[in-house]
Design a protein around this ligand. Structure first.
Ligand SMILES: Cc1cc2nc3c(=O)[nH]c(=O)nc-3n(C[C@H](O)[C@H](O)[C@H](O)COP(=O)(O)OP(=O)(O)OC[C@H]3O[C@@H](n4cnc5c(N)ncnc54)[C@H](O)[C@@H]3O)c2cc1C
Length: 402
Protein backbone atom coordinates (compact mmCIF):
# COMPACT_ATOMS: atom_id res chain seq x y z
CA UNK A 1 0.00 0.00 0.00
CA UNK A 2 1.41 3.40 -0.96
CA UNK A 3 0.22 6.54 0.80
CA UNK A 4 0.39 10.00 -0.73
CA UNK A 5 -1.01 13.44 -0.08
CA UNK A 6 -2.36 16.11 -2.41
CA UNK A 7 -4.52 19.19 -2.05
CA UNK A 8 -7.38 18.18 -4.36
CA UNK A 9 -8.25 14.57 -5.27
CA UNK A 10 -10.24 14.70 -8.51
CA UNK A 11 -12.29 11.59 -9.32
CA UNK A 12 -13.03 11.28 -13.04
CA UNK A 13 -11.26 12.50 -16.19
CA UNK A 14 -14.26 13.72 -18.16
CA UNK A 15 -14.51 17.39 -19.11
CA UNK A 16 -15.28 18.42 -15.49
CA UNK A 17 -12.36 16.62 -13.82
CA UNK A 18 -9.81 17.45 -16.51
CA UNK A 19 -10.73 21.13 -16.65
CA UNK A 20 -10.63 21.39 -12.86
CA UNK A 21 -7.16 19.81 -12.94
CA UNK A 22 -6.03 22.34 -15.52
CA UNK A 23 -7.38 25.32 -13.53
CA UNK A 24 -5.75 23.99 -10.33
CA UNK A 25 -2.43 23.56 -12.10
CA UNK A 26 -2.52 27.13 -13.44
CA UNK A 27 -2.99 28.41 -9.88
CA UNK A 28 -0.20 26.30 -8.43
CA UNK A 29 -2.58 23.99 -6.54
CA UNK A 30 -1.68 20.30 -6.41
CA UNK A 31 -4.24 17.84 -7.69
CA UNK A 32 -4.32 14.18 -8.66
CA UNK A 33 -6.88 12.98 -11.21
CA UNK A 34 -8.05 9.34 -10.90
CA UNK A 35 -9.93 7.86 -13.87
CA UNK A 36 -11.52 4.40 -14.09
CA UNK A 37 -11.21 3.99 -17.87
CA UNK A 38 -8.21 3.90 -20.23
CA UNK A 39 -6.96 7.02 -22.02
CA UNK A 40 -8.02 5.53 -25.39
CA UNK A 41 -11.55 4.92 -24.14
CA UNK A 42 -11.96 8.40 -22.66
CA UNK A 43 -10.62 10.08 -25.80
CA UNK A 44 -12.90 8.11 -28.11
CA UNK A 45 -16.16 8.52 -26.14
CA UNK A 46 -18.44 10.46 -28.49
CA UNK A 47 -20.84 12.76 -26.68
CA UNK A 48 -21.54 16.50 -26.78
CA UNK A 49 -20.40 18.92 -29.46
CA UNK A 50 -21.92 22.37 -28.90
CA UNK A 51 -19.87 24.78 -26.77
CA UNK A 52 -21.58 27.86 -25.37
CA UNK A 53 -19.82 31.21 -25.69
CA UNK A 54 -18.95 31.10 -21.96
CA UNK A 55 -17.44 27.61 -22.32
CA UNK A 56 -15.23 28.78 -25.20
CA UNK A 57 -14.03 31.70 -23.06
CA UNK A 58 -13.21 29.43 -20.10
CA UNK A 59 -11.25 26.99 -22.31
CA UNK A 60 -9.33 29.89 -23.88
CA UNK A 61 -8.48 31.37 -20.47
CA UNK A 62 -7.45 27.92 -19.22
CA UNK A 63 -4.86 27.76 -22.03
CA UNK A 64 -6.50 24.92 -23.93
CA UNK A 65 -8.37 26.88 -26.62
CA UNK A 66 -5.76 26.95 -29.36
CA UNK A 67 -6.93 23.94 -31.44
CA UNK A 68 -10.58 24.77 -30.73
CA UNK A 69 -10.03 28.25 -32.27
CA UNK A 70 -8.39 26.67 -35.30
CA UNK A 71 -10.73 23.75 -35.95
CA UNK A 72 -14.02 24.68 -34.25
CA UNK A 73 -16.94 26.01 -36.28
CA UNK A 74 -18.62 29.18 -35.01
CA UNK A 75 -22.41 28.98 -35.38
CA UNK A 76 -24.56 32.09 -35.18
CA UNK A 77 -27.97 30.44 -35.40
CA UNK A 78 -29.96 27.22 -35.57
CA UNK A 79 -32.82 26.03 -37.79
CA UNK A 80 -36.14 24.71 -36.57
CA UNK A 81 -37.87 22.54 -39.18
CA UNK A 82 -41.57 21.69 -39.18
CA UNK A 83 -44.19 21.21 -41.88
CA UNK A 84 -41.30 20.82 -44.35
CA UNK A 85 -40.10 24.41 -43.86
CA UNK A 86 -36.79 25.52 -42.32
CA UNK A 87 -37.07 28.48 -39.97
CA UNK A 88 -33.86 30.26 -38.96
CA UNK A 89 -33.30 31.52 -35.40
CA UNK A 90 -30.54 34.16 -35.73
CA UNK A 91 -29.03 33.68 -32.28
CA UNK A 92 -26.14 36.11 -32.60
CA UNK A 93 -28.43 38.90 -33.80
CA UNK A 94 -30.80 38.24 -30.90
CA UNK A 95 -28.16 38.02 -28.15
CA UNK A 96 -25.92 41.05 -28.71
CA UNK A 97 -23.32 39.12 -30.67
CA UNK A 98 -23.08 35.84 -28.75
CA UNK A 99 -22.59 32.53 -30.58
CA UNK A 100 -21.76 28.84 -30.03
CA UNK A 101 -18.84 26.73 -31.25
CA UNK A 102 -19.11 23.27 -32.78
CA UNK A 103 -16.17 21.34 -31.35
CA UNK A 104 -16.54 17.76 -30.14
CA UNK A 105 -16.31 16.79 -26.49
CA UNK A 106 -13.75 14.18 -27.58
CA UNK A 107 -11.53 17.02 -28.84
CA UNK A 108 -11.97 19.07 -25.64
CA UNK A 109 -10.98 15.99 -23.64
CA UNK A 110 -7.94 15.29 -25.86
CA UNK A 111 -6.75 18.91 -25.50
CA UNK A 112 -7.11 18.80 -21.71
CA UNK A 113 -5.29 15.47 -21.40
CA UNK A 114 -2.45 16.74 -23.56
CA UNK A 115 -2.15 19.91 -21.47
CA UNK A 116 -2.02 17.88 -18.26
CA UNK A 117 0.62 15.56 -19.63
CA UNK A 118 2.72 18.50 -20.87
CA UNK A 119 2.49 20.01 -17.39
CA UNK A 120 3.70 16.70 -15.91
CA UNK A 121 0.73 16.77 -13.51
CA UNK A 122 -0.66 13.45 -12.18
CA UNK A 123 -3.47 11.84 -14.18
CA UNK A 124 -3.95 8.11 -13.61
CA UNK A 125 -6.06 6.01 -15.97
CA UNK A 126 -7.48 2.56 -15.23
CA UNK A 127 -7.89 3.08 -11.49
CA UNK A 128 -10.00 0.36 -9.92
CA UNK A 129 -12.24 0.25 -6.85
CA UNK A 130 -12.02 3.97 -6.09
CA UNK A 131 -13.59 4.78 -2.70
CA UNK A 132 -13.94 8.02 -0.77
CA UNK A 133 -13.65 7.80 3.01
CA UNK A 134 -13.23 10.00 6.08
CA UNK A 135 -15.40 12.90 4.91
CA UNK A 136 -16.30 13.53 8.54
CA UNK A 137 -12.60 14.24 9.32
CA UNK A 138 -10.36 17.12 8.23
CA UNK A 139 -8.43 14.92 5.87
CA UNK A 140 -10.53 12.70 3.59
CA UNK A 141 -8.89 9.66 2.01
CA UNK A 142 -9.39 8.25 -1.47
CA UNK A 143 -8.40 4.60 -1.85
CA UNK A 144 -7.89 2.90 -5.20
CA UNK A 145 -6.02 0.12 -6.97
CA UNK A 146 -3.69 0.99 -9.82
CA UNK A 147 -1.13 -1.15 -11.64
CA UNK A 148 -1.99 -4.08 -9.37
CA UNK A 149 -1.13 -2.16 -6.15
CA UNK A 150 -3.31 -0.60 -3.44
CA UNK A 151 -2.99 3.18 -2.94
CA UNK A 152 -4.35 5.77 -0.59
CA UNK A 153 -4.50 9.47 -1.35
CA UNK A 154 -5.06 11.88 1.54
CA UNK A 155 -6.28 15.34 0.58
CA UNK A 156 -7.98 18.57 1.64
CA UNK A 157 -10.87 18.34 -0.80
CA UNK A 158 -12.36 15.60 -2.98
CA UNK A 159 -13.85 16.77 -6.29
CA UNK A 160 -16.49 14.27 -7.44
CA UNK A 161 -16.32 14.68 -11.23
CA UNK A 162 -17.13 11.04 -11.94
CA UNK A 163 -20.33 11.41 -13.92
CA UNK A 164 -23.84 10.11 -13.29
CA UNK A 165 -22.76 6.51 -12.55
CA UNK A 166 -19.74 7.43 -10.41
CA UNK A 167 -18.95 6.56 -6.79
CA UNK A 168 -18.87 10.03 -5.23
CA UNK A 169 -22.57 10.91 -5.10
CA UNK A 170 -23.52 7.51 -3.55
CA UNK A 171 -20.92 8.19 -0.81
CA UNK A 172 -23.14 10.99 0.51
CA UNK A 173 -25.69 9.81 3.10
CA UNK A 174 -29.13 9.61 1.51
CA UNK A 175 -30.70 11.97 4.02
CA UNK A 176 -28.15 14.66 3.14
CA UNK A 177 -29.24 14.84 -0.53
CA UNK A 178 -32.46 15.85 -2.24
CA UNK A 179 -33.01 14.38 -5.69
CA UNK A 180 -35.34 15.58 -8.46
CA UNK A 181 -35.78 13.37 -11.49
CA UNK A 182 -37.82 13.06 -14.68
CA UNK A 183 -37.72 10.28 -17.28
CA UNK A 184 -38.87 10.67 -20.88
CA UNK A 185 -40.62 8.07 -23.07
CA UNK A 186 -38.01 8.38 -25.82
CA UNK A 187 -34.26 8.09 -26.53
CA UNK A 188 -31.85 9.30 -29.24
CA UNK A 189 -30.25 7.03 -31.80
CA UNK A 190 -27.11 8.93 -32.83
CA UNK A 191 -24.75 8.32 -35.75
CA UNK A 192 -21.40 9.79 -36.72
CA UNK A 193 -21.13 9.78 -40.52
CA UNK A 194 -18.12 10.42 -42.72
CA UNK A 195 -19.86 12.98 -44.90
CA UNK A 196 -19.74 16.81 -45.00
CA UNK A 197 -22.75 18.32 -43.21
CA UNK A 198 -25.68 19.10 -45.52
CA UNK A 199 -26.35 22.28 -43.55
CA UNK A 200 -24.36 25.29 -42.34
CA UNK A 201 -26.08 25.27 -38.92
CA UNK A 202 -27.86 22.64 -36.78
CA UNK A 203 -31.38 21.60 -37.83
CA UNK A 204 -33.85 20.57 -35.09
CA UNK A 205 -36.78 18.87 -36.83
CA UNK A 206 -40.29 18.20 -35.54
CA UNK A 207 -42.15 15.68 -37.68
CA UNK A 208 -45.07 13.26 -37.50
CA UNK A 209 -42.50 10.42 -37.39
CA UNK A 210 -40.67 11.91 -34.39
CA UNK A 211 -37.77 14.24 -33.74
CA UNK A 212 -34.52 14.38 -35.76
CA UNK A 213 -31.41 16.51 -35.43
CA UNK A 214 -28.77 17.27 -38.02
CA UNK A 215 -25.62 18.25 -36.14
CA UNK A 216 -21.94 18.02 -37.08
CA UNK A 217 -18.48 17.63 -35.63
CA UNK A 218 -16.39 19.24 -38.40
CA UNK A 219 -16.59 20.28 -42.05
CA UNK A 220 -16.25 16.60 -43.04
CA UNK A 221 -18.12 14.72 -40.27
CA UNK A 222 -21.87 14.84 -39.66
CA UNK A 223 -23.58 13.85 -36.43
CA UNK A 224 -27.26 12.97 -36.82
CA UNK A 225 -29.94 11.75 -34.43
CA UNK A 226 -33.42 10.26 -34.63
CA UNK A 227 -35.85 9.88 -31.75
CA UNK A 228 -36.47 6.20 -30.92
CA UNK A 229 -38.14 4.27 -28.11
CA UNK A 230 -36.00 3.91 -24.96
CA UNK A 231 -36.05 0.09 -25.21
CA UNK A 232 -35.05 0.04 -28.89
CA UNK A 233 -32.19 -2.32 -29.86
CA UNK A 234 -29.48 -0.86 -32.10
CA UNK A 235 -29.43 -4.17 -34.02
CA UNK A 236 -32.92 -3.30 -35.30
CA UNK A 237 -31.51 -0.22 -36.99
CA UNK A 238 -29.42 -1.11 -40.04
CA UNK A 239 -27.84 1.90 -41.76
CA UNK A 240 -30.50 2.04 -44.52
CA UNK A 241 -33.30 2.32 -42.00
CA UNK A 242 -31.52 5.18 -40.17
CA UNK A 243 -30.94 7.16 -43.39
CA UNK A 244 -34.51 6.56 -44.51
CA UNK A 245 -35.87 7.98 -41.21
CA UNK A 246 -33.49 10.93 -41.37
CA UNK A 247 -34.58 11.78 -44.93
CA UNK A 248 -38.25 11.68 -43.97
CA UNK A 249 -37.99 13.56 -40.69
CA UNK A 250 -35.59 16.26 -41.90
CA UNK A 251 -37.31 16.78 -45.26
CA UNK A 252 -37.80 20.43 -46.18
CA UNK A 253 -38.54 22.19 -49.44
CA UNK A 254 -35.46 22.66 -51.63
CA UNK A 255 -33.07 20.88 -49.25
CA UNK A 256 -31.23 17.54 -49.68
CA UNK A 257 -29.57 15.35 -47.04
CA UNK A 258 -26.26 13.79 -48.15
CA UNK A 259 -25.47 10.24 -46.97
CA UNK A 260 -22.08 8.77 -46.12
CA UNK A 261 -20.48 5.81 -44.31
CA UNK A 262 -21.64 5.48 -40.70
CA UNK A 263 -18.59 5.35 -38.40
CA UNK A 264 -20.37 4.97 -35.08
CA UNK A 265 -23.90 4.52 -33.80
CA UNK A 266 -25.55 4.19 -30.40
CA UNK A 267 -28.71 4.80 -28.40
CA UNK A 268 -28.78 7.28 -25.50
CA UNK A 269 -31.66 7.30 -23.01
CA UNK A 270 -32.95 10.64 -21.79
CA UNK A 271 -33.31 11.80 -18.26
CA UNK A 272 -33.42 14.98 -16.22
CA UNK A 273 -31.80 14.69 -12.78
CA UNK A 274 -30.58 17.06 -10.07
CA UNK A 275 -29.06 16.15 -6.69
CA UNK A 276 -28.56 18.92 -4.15
CA UNK A 277 -26.66 20.28 -2.40
CA UNK A 278 -23.59 19.80 -4.57
CA UNK A 279 -21.37 19.77 -1.47
CA UNK A 280 -21.15 17.34 1.42
CA UNK A 281 -18.44 18.40 3.89
CA UNK A 282 -15.17 18.24 1.92
CA UNK A 283 -16.69 16.44 -1.10
CA UNK A 284 -17.73 18.74 -3.94
CA UNK A 285 -19.81 17.32 -6.81
CA UNK A 286 -19.46 18.82 -10.31
CA UNK A 287 -20.96 18.09 -13.72
CA UNK A 288 -22.94 14.93 -14.44
CA UNK A 289 -22.16 13.61 -10.94
CA UNK A 290 -24.71 16.13 -9.67
CA UNK A 291 -27.10 16.70 -12.57
CA UNK A 292 -27.98 15.52 -16.06
CA UNK A 293 -30.21 16.92 -18.78
CA UNK A 294 -31.63 15.48 -22.00
CA UNK A 295 -29.26 16.52 -24.82
CA UNK A 296 -31.84 18.54 -26.80
CA UNK A 297 -30.67 21.83 -25.27
CA UNK A 298 -26.94 20.97 -25.71
CA UNK A 299 -26.32 21.84 -22.06
CA UNK A 300 -24.61 18.85 -20.33
CA UNK A 301 -21.00 19.62 -21.13
CA UNK A 302 -21.54 23.36 -20.71
CA UNK A 303 -23.01 22.89 -17.24
CA UNK A 304 -20.01 20.76 -16.25
CA UNK A 305 -17.66 23.57 -17.38
CA UNK A 306 -19.70 26.22 -15.53
CA UNK A 307 -19.66 24.18 -12.27
CA UNK A 308 -15.92 23.72 -12.47
CA UNK A 309 -15.32 27.43 -13.08
CA UNK A 310 -17.16 28.25 -9.85
CA UNK A 311 -15.50 25.36 -8.01
CA UNK A 312 -12.00 26.40 -9.10
CA UNK A 313 -12.51 29.90 -7.66
CA UNK A 314 -13.85 28.42 -4.44
CA UNK A 315 -10.88 26.05 -4.11
CA UNK A 316 -8.37 28.80 -4.84
CA UNK A 317 -9.97 30.95 -2.11
CA UNK A 318 -9.94 28.03 0.36
CA UNK A 319 -6.48 26.66 -0.36
CA UNK A 320 -4.53 29.87 -0.94
CA UNK A 321 -6.33 32.44 1.24
CA UNK A 322 -8.06 30.24 3.84
CA UNK A 323 -11.49 31.61 2.86
CA UNK A 324 -14.48 29.25 2.95
CA UNK A 325 -16.93 31.69 1.39
CA UNK A 326 -16.60 30.21 -2.11
CA UNK A 327 -17.03 26.63 -0.89
CA UNK A 328 -20.05 27.64 1.19
CA UNK A 329 -21.70 29.39 -1.77
CA UNK A 330 -20.67 26.83 -4.41
CA UNK A 331 -23.82 24.74 -4.49
CA UNK A 332 -26.29 27.65 -4.56
CA UNK A 333 -24.29 29.50 -7.22
CA UNK A 334 -24.26 26.45 -9.49
CA UNK A 335 -27.81 25.33 -8.88
CA UNK A 336 -29.58 28.45 -10.10
CA UNK A 337 -27.80 28.00 -13.43
CA UNK A 338 -28.41 24.24 -13.38
CA UNK A 339 -32.16 24.75 -12.96
CA UNK A 340 -32.27 27.29 -15.82
CA UNK A 341 -30.57 24.70 -18.05
CA UNK A 342 -32.89 21.98 -16.72
CA UNK A 343 -35.90 24.05 -17.74
CA UNK A 344 -34.49 24.93 -21.16
CA UNK A 345 -33.56 21.29 -21.87
CA UNK A 346 -37.04 20.13 -20.82
CA UNK A 347 -38.62 22.91 -22.92
CA UNK A 348 -36.67 21.98 -26.08
CA UNK A 349 -37.27 18.27 -25.50
CA UNK A 350 -41.02 18.50 -24.95
CA UNK A 351 -41.49 20.99 -27.80
CA UNK A 352 -39.76 18.72 -30.34
CA UNK A 353 -40.44 15.05 -29.45
CA UNK A 354 -43.52 12.92 -30.00
CA UNK A 355 -44.77 10.46 -27.45
CA UNK A 356 -46.84 7.49 -28.55
CA UNK A 357 -50.05 8.59 -26.90
CA UNK A 358 -52.89 9.92 -28.99
CA UNK A 359 -52.42 13.26 -27.34
CA UNK A 360 -53.63 15.40 -30.23
CA UNK A 361 -54.11 18.31 -27.84
CA UNK A 362 -50.42 18.09 -26.86
CA UNK A 363 -49.38 18.07 -30.52
CA UNK A 364 -51.38 21.21 -31.19
CA UNK A 365 -49.57 22.86 -28.27
CA UNK A 366 -46.19 21.83 -29.73
CA UNK A 367 -47.09 23.29 -33.14
CA UNK A 368 -48.32 26.47 -31.53
CA UNK A 369 -45.05 26.79 -29.59
CA UNK A 370 -42.99 26.15 -32.73
CA UNK A 371 -44.95 28.79 -34.65
CA UNK A 372 -44.48 31.20 -31.74
CA UNK A 373 -40.67 30.83 -31.45
CA UNK A 374 -40.29 31.19 -35.22
CA UNK A 375 -42.51 34.28 -35.59
CA UNK A 376 -42.13 36.25 -32.35
CA UNK A 377 -38.85 38.08 -31.74
CA UNK A 378 -39.46 37.92 -27.98
CA UNK A 379 -39.93 34.12 -28.03
CA UNK A 380 -36.99 33.59 -30.40
CA UNK A 381 -34.78 35.77 -28.17
CA UNK A 382 -35.66 33.69 -25.14
CA UNK A 383 -34.70 30.50 -26.99
CA UNK A 384 -31.53 32.09 -28.38
CA UNK A 385 -30.20 33.47 -25.09
CA UNK A 386 -30.70 30.12 -23.38
CA UNK A 387 -29.08 28.24 -26.27
CA UNK A 388 -25.92 30.39 -26.43
CA UNK A 389 -25.86 30.18 -22.61
CA UNK A 390 -26.69 32.62 -19.88
CA UNK A 391 -23.69 33.93 -17.98
CA UNK A 392 -23.06 33.02 -14.34
CA UNK A 393 -23.97 36.64 -13.48
CA UNK A 394 -27.32 36.30 -15.26
CA UNK A 395 -28.09 33.14 -13.30
CA UNK A 396 -26.70 34.28 -9.93
CA UNK A 397 -28.95 33.46 -6.95
CA UNK A 398 -31.21 36.36 -6.00
CA UNK A 399 -29.34 38.87 -3.86
CA UNK A 400 -25.90 37.33 -4.52
CA UNK A 401 -22.95 39.52 -5.47
CA UNK A 402 -21.91 38.43 -8.99
C1 LIG B 1 -24.05 8.95 -24.63
C2 LIG B 1 -24.09 10.41 -24.24
C3 LIG B 1 -24.30 11.39 -25.22
C4 LIG B 1 -24.33 12.73 -24.87
N1 LIG B 1 -24.55 13.68 -25.84
C5 LIG B 1 -24.58 14.98 -25.49
C6 LIG B 1 -24.83 15.99 -26.43
O1 LIG B 1 -25.04 15.71 -27.60
N2 LIG B 1 -24.82 17.29 -26.01
C7 LIG B 1 -24.57 17.64 -24.70
O2 LIG B 1 -24.53 18.83 -24.33
N3 LIG B 1 -24.35 16.69 -23.78
C8 LIG B 1 -24.34 15.39 -24.15
N4 LIG B 1 -24.11 14.47 -23.21
C9 LIG B 1 -23.83 14.94 -21.87
C10 LIG B 1 -22.37 15.37 -21.72
O3 LIG B 1 -21.55 14.54 -22.48
C11 LIG B 1 -22.03 15.32 -20.25
O4 LIG B 1 -22.86 16.27 -19.61
C12 LIG B 1 -20.56 15.59 -19.94
O5 LIG B 1 -19.77 14.52 -20.35
C13 LIG B 1 -20.37 15.83 -18.44
O6 LIG B 1 -19.01 15.82 -18.12
P1 LIG B 1 -18.52 15.25 -16.73
O7 LIG B 1 -17.05 15.42 -16.72
O8 LIG B 1 -19.33 15.82 -15.63
O9 LIG B 1 -18.92 13.71 -16.74
P2 LIG B 1 -18.35 12.50 -17.68
O10 LIG B 1 -18.02 13.01 -19.03
O11 LIG B 1 -19.34 11.41 -17.56
O12 LIG B 1 -17.01 12.10 -16.99
C14 LIG B 1 -16.97 11.34 -15.80
C15 LIG B 1 -15.69 10.55 -15.80
O13 LIG B 1 -15.58 9.84 -14.55
C16 LIG B 1 -15.15 8.53 -14.82
N5 LIG B 1 -15.57 7.66 -13.71
C17 LIG B 1 -16.79 7.15 -13.48
N6 LIG B 1 -16.78 6.40 -12.36
C18 LIG B 1 -15.52 6.46 -11.89
C19 LIG B 1 -14.88 5.89 -10.75
N7 LIG B 1 -15.55 5.11 -9.90
N8 LIG B 1 -13.57 6.16 -10.54
C20 LIG B 1 -12.88 6.95 -11.40
N9 LIG B 1 -13.44 7.51 -12.50
C21 LIG B 1 -14.74 7.27 -12.73
C22 LIG B 1 -15.79 8.18 -16.14
O14 LIG B 1 -15.13 7.12 -16.81
C23 LIG B 1 -15.65 9.50 -16.89
O15 LIG B 1 -14.44 9.58 -17.60
C24 LIG B 1 -24.12 13.13 -23.53
C25 LIG B 1 -23.90 12.14 -22.56
C26 LIG B 1 -23.91 10.81 -22.88
C27 LIG B 1 -23.72 9.77 -21.81
Amino acid sequence: MTSERTQVAIIGAGPAGLLLGQLMHRHGIEAVILEARSREYVEARIRAGVLEQGTMEVLREAGVGERMEREGLVHRGIYLCFDHVLHHIPMTELTHGRSVMIYGQTEVVKDLIEARQKAGAPLLFECEDVTVEGLEHDEPVVRYRHGGAEHELRCDIVAGCDGFHGVCRPTIPEDALTVWERGYPYAWLGILADVPPSTDELIYAYSDRGFALHSMRSLTRSRLYVQVDPDEEIAEWPDDRIWSELHQRLASDGWELAEGPILEKGITPMRSFVAAPMRYRSLMLAGDAAHIVPPTGAKGLNLAVADVTVLADALIGHLTAGSDTGLDEYSDRCLTRVWRAQHFSWFMTTMLHLDHSDDTYGRQLQRSQLRYVTTSTAAATSLAENYVGLTLEQTAPAGATP
